[in-house]
Write a protein that binds this ligand. Structure first.
Ligand code: AMP
Length: 214
């Protein structure tokens, strides 16, 4: 099963993507997580990506495509995957289609998690991330078991630089300009499904499962 998660930064697509990946036993591929991992490990790729990410800008398509095409070669992708944060531009979506077409393959579902900008700005200010394993929490709605500490690896949780309010506003602007057109792109292919992303995490998950199981 090959699934794309669409939605603005902070819409909650990462949280849902992880659950879907667990449910269908397929990898959750987050390009943002891969970049953050590279930044942490101070790789060449990380160094190149950091400047863009800290400003709330998109990393250039060539860099993202190189990274993702390499990831697809891993054996765990044979059963499918949930893509979170990729594609983020029309050229990325077309490159993905081309790569899949070569193998007579295609994306089956594009799930759009729909949340208004004002809600997102409020949410992101309360979001806390584990820079070790990539999991995210929220000071009000998704608290870790021990305050300020990741449930899975005990790492201290932080407000990511790119979740700071001024960066979030820039990321939303970039989202509307460059990523939102993908909603029409996948709608035209007949595989777009929008879910309301403002309710409880469990309810949103149920809506998505309904889409994927019917
Ligand atoms: P995310 O965690 O998905 O919100 O990604 C964090 C940041 O990583 C984004 O704001 C971009 O700077 C960069 N990034 C992640 N995925 C992509 C992508 N597909 N295309 C361009 N930049 C990306």
């Amino acid at each position: 099963m090959k699934i794309i998660m669409l939605g603005a930064p902070g819409a909650g697509k990462g949280t849902q993507a992880k659950r879907i990946a667990d449910r269908f036993e397929i990898p959750h591929i987050s390009t943002g997580d891969i970049f953050r991992e590279n930044i942490k490990n101070e790789t060449q790729l990380g160094l190149k990506a950091k400047g863009y990410m800290d400003q709330g800008l998109l990393v250039p398509d060539e860099l993202v495509l190189e990274l993702i095409m390499d990831r697809f070669k891993a054996p765990d992708c044979k059963k499918g995957y949930v893509l979170d944060g990729f594609p983020r531009t029309i050229p990325q979506a077309k490159a993905l289609d081309d790569a899949l077409n070569k193998n007579n393959d295609r994306i089956e579902f594009a799930i759009n998690v729909d949340v208004a900008d004002e809600v997102i700005i409020k949410r992101m200010a309360g979001r806390r991330a584990c820079l070790n394993c990539g999991r995210t929490y929220h000071v009000d709605t998704l608290k870790p078991k021990v305050s300020g500490q990741c449930d899975y690896c005990n790492t201290e949780l932080v407000l990511r630089d790119d979740d700071k309010p001024e960066t979030v506003k820039k990321r939303l602007q970039v989202y509307h300009e460059q990523t939102q057109p993908l909603i029409d792109y996948y709608n035209n292919k007949g595989i777009l499904h929008s879910v309301d992303g403002t309710g409880e995490i469990d309810d949103i998950y149920k809506q998505i499962i309904n889409v994927l199981m019917t």
